[in-house]
Design a protein around this ligand. Sequence first.
Ligand SMILES: [Fe+2]
Ligand SMILES: [Fe+2]
Length: 298
Amino acid sequence: MARALQPKDREVTAERLLDSSARNSYSPDIDVDWTAPLHEGKAFMPFERVSLYGTELWERLTPEQRVELSKHEIASMASVGLWFEIVLMQLLARYVYDLDPRTAHAQYALTELGDETRHSIMFAKAVSKTGAPAYGPNRITRALGRWFGGLASGPPMFASVLVAEETTDRVQRAMMDDPEIQPMIRMVNRIHVIEEARHVRFAREEVVRGLKGVGRLRLEFYRLVTALTAYAVVDCMIHPKVYAAVGIDPREGRRVALANPHHQEHRRWMSEKVVEFLTEVGLIGGPSKRIWKRGYLL
Ligand SMILES: [Fe+2]
Ligand SMILES: [Fe+2]
């Protein structure tokens, strides 16, 4: 991919993405049946994707508590996703500010901004429907997000967007057709997976273009920003307070989840595809690789 991209490809890609968006886009108001009741006893995400799965704490939970924890974890992920969509909207709005609005590239950036607005509403409605709190990221990450949304640009910006989009995508893809999961969650996931495939294409190409001719020192800086953002985004997906919903002390729950080999493997699985891409283009490497390992992303 890195070698094949030419400047004119930017417009060709954008035109394709615009065409696909016009043919296949969804509205959170029309395409999800928010009035349908939740299915009693049905999980909100596959149990093997729940952070405590496989631990002693998990063994002690009743089937009802397991469903309850899956509900709170998906609500945490959706509200962190929602938070990141808002950061992303700021990034996109700043990105498009300097572009020629007549280009398909600028128009696709605006289209993506529109997609993310609808996704935010969809995630907000989904969290609300579960009845769980909108956990969102922890306070520090929330503060960093405000800073990141107002300042980030270039390859680390698009790379961070990719980490958030591709890790979420992997989880959503794995359950969008799973009959064991709540139909409302399945539909939300399906819509997001379809629209995000275009965003991933857009961001991946921008990462490749932005890295052309970048010197050693700058590359290390880009790697560091990307690694830190990836760590922060994935680490805050499960808010410690979710454990309190099933009577587990939040600090104990988080400690057990982080030490859980199953959960560590889950994190690596989530980031596998984006890690492969970022390694190929050179954005993972050097000293900052340790940060990826520390977050169980590698
Ligand atoms: Fe989205
Ligand atoms: Fe997106």
